[in-house]
Design a protein around this ligand. Structure first.
Ligand SMILES: [Ca+2]
Ligand SMILES: [Ca+2]
Length: 287
């Protein structure tokens, strides 16, 4: 895997000593943090600082979750901001700290702030490092295409919703790994009475991936909540695609999802291997 290098100020110093007794060589790797804010969450704080969750980062060898990542984020790192339409700008971030006050339900959640930041409406993902997080463009497609409506209906029937009310929210085409074959990501949600503690029969929200594997189209669910029957008091969730970015500079794009329920929100990220979809980060804040 290509190592992500350069430009964040927190350095991981690795001293590599030659076993033949030659001069010690110093190799420097840099930690690449990932910070994000969902479109569902609240906007700027009154002091004009943009605050966002620390999701984690790439150490050069492995993904580190939020708390392990925070050790390497000191403040002053340069971040590039993205959403599904592309790059939004650049800004330095502050050091991570608890998102909520002591005793607050979100005290365990880590966040950092951007004092000077690009004007951003809605959610974003901010990436440290200097590799290109957007090696290939994402294309937003029509949500009326029958092939994706049929794919959504098939998942809903499998999940016990016999007469699905298909409502696609996003259809996005991108070549995740750069092999020339394009993948399609779809989000679809139906909360007939809005998003609250109650779900009515036939409600759902999901994100799925369609790709060709060995000449066959394969559909894989990435996130989903399904309600074949009414639930009077629960935590039905809405899932949306937030960004599709390469978060570690290996040339393969990861998938960032925004999620919410009636009293909280979260952000998760997934690494897609040909056969597997692995969750690499999840953080958020809820009562
Ligand atoms: Ca591909
Ligand atoms: Ca990657």
């Amino acid at each position: 895997m290509r190592i992500c290098r350069i430009a964040c100020s927190s350095l991981l110093l690795l001293l590599v000593f030659s076993v033949q007794g030659r001069a010690a060589t110093k190799a420097v790797e840099e930690f690449c943090p990932v910070v994000a804010w969902g479109e569902f969450a609240e906007g700027d704080s009154p002091d004009g600082k943009l605050t966002a969750y620390l999701l984690g980062g790439w150490s050069g060898k492995a993904w580190l979750q939020d708390k392990a990542a925070a050790v390497f984020v000191r403040g002053g790192e340069k971040y590039r901001f993205y959403n599904l339409t592309g790059e939004l700008g650049v800004a330095p971030g502050g050091p991570p700290s608890a998102f909520g006050e002591e005793g607050d339900p979100c005290n365990e959640t880590l966040a950092l702030s951007f004092a000077a930041h690009p004007r951003i409406k809605g959610g974003f993902v901010a990436v440290g490092g200097t590799f290109n997080p957007l090696p290939r463009v994402t294309k937003l497609l029509s949500t009326e295409q029958q092939v994706y409506r049929d794919a959504a209906a098939a998942i809903l029937r499998e999940q016990g919703i016999a007469r699905p009310d298909v409502r696609l929210a996003q259809v996005i085409r991108v070549d995740l790994e750069g092999d020339g074959a394009e993948e399609v990501l779809v989000s679809a949600s139906r909360y007939d009475k809005g998003l609250g503690p109650k779900a009515v029969s036939g409600d759902y929200s999901m994100v799925f991936l369609r790709r060709v594997v060995n000449g066959k189209v394969v559909t894989r669910l990435i996130a989903g909540d399904f309600f074949p029957k009414v639930v009077k008091f629960g935590a039905p969730a809405e899932h949306r695609i937030g960004a599709i970015l390469d978060l570690n500079g290996d040339g393969v794009m990861e998938i960032v999802l925004f999620g919410r329920y009636y009293e909280g929100d979260w952000i998760s990220a997934f690494q897609v291997d040909r056969e597997e979809i692995v969750k690499i980060f999840q953080t958020g804040c809820g009562a």
